[in-house]
Design a protein around this ligand. Structure first.
Ligand code: PBG
Ligand code: ZN
Length: 328
């Protein structure tokens, strides 16, 4: 029944009509805020590569977490910077590491009213900057699994609701699940960074976390940008190993992957709008290319429309505020 009988514009006539037929929702509770906690700082310090973000102290991190709770954000994702790095990344499983301290302090202050996710990897803690331990210059997958397991258990003991292994080692979800269960943390969930691509878009994060590899890159463990089917395989493997949630990362250049993983699985699916994506939007907006608020909300709706239930974004706090005023 073509034009003139079919007129899709009828449903676009007013804001109220458009809202009525909107196919995709976007709420603050869909958004997860990443936070960097630095063990050795006396006071918070701005992160130049991520304008608007800071290296937090344990105390200031709790204040930001409070803002995130008040803004209605779904969760926070914690990254730690240790006072000292070593070859194994032993700071990752230190009971008084920055992440562990923040988990304890935030749990004491906010109880169950906040979802605390701990990133579980070694690259912020290793002096060589790789996500696992090296043997003969290459990352040793199976030796690394034990250290992820130790890290996850210490994060669970400190109060994490969710641990999120991001190192792309084979078997990481299974190794962590087994260790958590053996330590009595069978109710702590795992968010697998299932399909994490080797991406130039992690640049600002690596500056923020001081974790760029000293030699080589991460292409021997992170996924190749050319691959889509392999992402589904990675997601299904994580699910078999016991993941409770899965992730695709980065988001914007991988929306086809988000859509495909969404269709192939039925767990909650997160997409990570990474540091370089944040920087692109910030810098373009600052240069007058577009309005930042509208760019961010359109982007986040695109990620949700592709099939992500949750979006990890450095814009989480700002976007939560914009969504509130949009709804008002
Ligand atoms: C490290 C890790 C990275 C990010 C999250 N966890 C960087 C990397 O793999 O080099 C990237 C996040 C971002 O760019 O915002 N395992
Ligand atoms: Zn890592």
């Amino acid at each position: 029944m073509p034009f003139p009988l079919e007129r899709p514009r009828r449903l676009r006539r007013t804001p109220a009509l458009r809202r009525l037929v909107s196919e995709t929702s976007l709420a603050p509770s869909d958004l997860i805020l990443p936070l960097f906690v630095n063990e050795s700082l006396p006071a918070p310090r701005p992160i130049t590569s991520l304008p608007g973000h800071r290296h937090e102290t344990v105390e200031s991190a709790c204040d930001v977490i409070e803002s995130a709770v008040h803004a209605g954000c779904g969760a926070v994702l914690l990254f730690g910077l240790p006072a000292e790095k070593d070859a194994e990344g032993s700071g990752a499983w230190s009971d008084d590491g920055a992440v562990q301290q923040t988990l304890r302090a935030a749990r004491a202050r906010f109880g169950g009213s906040v979802v605390l996710i701990a990133d579980c990897c070694l690259c912020e803690y290793t002096d060589h900057g790789h996500c696992g331990v090296l043997s003969d210059g290459a990352v040793d997958n199976d030796a690394t699994l034990e250290l992820y397991a130790r890290t996850a258990v210490s994060q669970a003991a400190a109060g994490a609701d969710v641990v999120a292994p991001s190192g792309m080692m084979d078997g990481q979800v299974g190794a962590i699940r087994e260790a958590l269960d053996a330590a009595g943390f069978d109710d702590v969930a795992i968010l697998g960074y299932s399909a994490k691509f080797a991406s130039v878009m992690y640049g600002p994060f690596r500056e923020a976390a001081e974790c760029a590899p000293q030699e080589g890159d991460r292409s021997a463990y992170q996924m190749d940008a050319a691959n889509q089917r392999e992402a589904v395989r990675e997601a299904l493997l994580d699910i078999q190993e016991g993941a409770d949630m899965i992730m695709v990362k980065p988001a914007l250049t991988y929306l086809d992957v988000v859509a495909r993983v969404h269709d192939a699985t039925d767990l909650p699916l997160a997409a990570y709008c990474v540091s370089g994506e944040y920087a692109m939007v910030r810098h373009a907006a600052a240069a007058g290319a577009f309005d930042e608020c509208r760019a961010v909300l359109e982007t986040l709706r695109g990620v949700r429309r592709a099939g992500a239930d949750l979006v990890i974004t450095y814009h989480a706090l700002a976007a939560a505020g914009w969504l509130r005023s949009e709804g008002a």
